[in-house]
Design a protein around this ligand. Sequence first.
Ligand SMILES: [Zn+2]
Length: 685
Amino acid sequence: MSPRARGAAALAVALLTITLAPPPAQAAPIELSTTEHALIRFRLPDEAALQRLVAEGADIAARPKTSADGAVLADLVVDEAELTALTRSGATAIQVIQRESDGARRLAQSKARLAQVQSDTLQFLQAYWWTTNGRTFLQTQVATTATDDPDVEITVTWRTADGATGTYPLIRFEDSGEYQYHYALPQLLPSKPTQVTATSSLGGQSRAITPAVWPNAAPPPTPSGYQKDFVGAYMTPTDISARIKRLKRQYPKLVDVIDLPNKTQGYRRTAVAYLGDPNAAAVVVESVKFGDQGMNGVQVKTVDPGRANRPLSASYRDRVLTLSLATDAGGKVISTTDDVAAFISAKYPQRFRAVVEDGSAGLPMPIAGPVTLDDGLMGTEVSKKPWTVQALRIGKARDGSKVGVLAYSQEHAREWATPLVTLEFAERMLANYNTDPATKALVDAVDIFVIPTVNPDGANYSFNDFNFQRKNLSNHCTGASRDPRYRNSWGVDVNRNYTVGSYFDGYVGGSPNCLSGTYAGAGELSEAESRNVIDLAAAHPNIKFAMNVHSYGGYFMWPPGSYKADGRVTLPRPSIDESKFFLDSARRIVGAIAASRGTVTWPSYTGPVADVLYSAAGNSADQLYYELGIDAWDFEVGNDIWNDQSQEWEGVGFQPPFDEAHAESQEYAGGLVELVRVASEVSPM
Ligand SMILES: [Zn+2]
């Protein structure tokens, strides 16, 4: 509208107003019923009249106003007698502002109105779109102010530039019993969305939002001839040791190999056997030393002494432990399972320990055996020695003068793709040093540390015995939970064994149960594996950035990683500036990951661990960040893949077919290169 048109319109409105204004009317006289109070505006003849009222202590509600003709306007709470008296003294009641009876009615009216228009307020926390492999996706998060109403349904309506439109429902997301937001998985759209709105079943409506493009960052292109694709198969810890050795040999001027100070237990277990029938009555007999320390093959048996009134006794000869059971006066065997277990543990504390099998307590001990103790490990090719965990140190100046970046992987044994990521990354930095100026610049400027496998013992177990093994091989269980039927549940979750925000400090997401998948260990840093990570970082204070590589799910996260259950109080949030740095850097790294095969880490999966995944008490990134001041991120490689047939996102798992693991290694190695670029830019030393 032009200024002239606007002026004409305003005049028209003014004329209309004048035309429609009611003519002045003779006001009806104001009256009150007996005993009724009211708030009434009076016109007093002059200032003196007001002064008289003040002197009499009248209930003057509002500040009196003097009008042009010298009269005074005053609002007074009066009853019928006072109204009459005032009118007689020359005051004119000109407006009943409010009657006594109005109070209750207006309260009720206001509540009725509130009930009628009760709606929530909706706010978009995120609205992002992206295109991957020719498909356009939209992801949104919306928060309602009706946080305590679990039945609120929120629907998002999208619109594209060419007018296509559609809707989808959101899912309420609670964590630790507290409402967070409503969200949905990324939605397939015909083209780029230009507008989204959200409505709720309570009648709430959001503002219309223009979704932003995600991640809206791309790495610089690699030159032709850029070398990559250095992983051709899943790699066991033995393969990884060989790769580390080869890289040192091949690039001696750019690589150091650091032997981390804490040797692991090794791929070893105690030797154990059921003496008796675990389905009837049995004692679990276990060696104190590991099976490979001469205890595999030891035999155990019980015998009937064949004579009356014999005590329970034992002998250990020629690697056979023989228990001669107690008998009564009639020569009947009277030893129980409890007697036998206690006797073995007490008589041979350096060599054996025994517990009653769960369910066999107090039963008569059978004549059984000989049974053979065995560690049960199936990886016959694997070294049983304590393992030396190694780190690669890559850089031109490896003297602490350059900013350091630490990438470490396979804290969790079953995450087979993760060492492929860190090793692919390491070799790209080395192989392209002489031919790609950008790589050379990074390697010259940054001190890169890589621990491909933090948890080799667990990894060996995962490759040879139980592929879902997550933890290490330390067995801190006592009593009946040492029963070998639990052998696949033993171990410490390395990424719950650190000291900051730990289970031991009361944080959520670590367990005291030695059989739990998130067992926090015998104490903070009870494990060689976790001590190694911290010792490496602490010994190299130039390390300012770290990436903890896990799988799977396609997450990109940073601190805080845990909270306390009561009130969901997280570890301290990074400052606004730090949070912005984390997010801005994350977008760059997400963009670099996407450059490989179009994998886009979802915006809803990019953020603090405690917000986007779950509380993980005592994780390593939190310790690196809060104790050592390192900007510590976590990858969960292995993003869900969109299935065009089923129209669903599908998970890839810990050990996908190798082609998928290979693709993950390629894309996330690119992400680590971008992390090094971030480090080189923002933190020159
Ligand atoms: Zn993990």
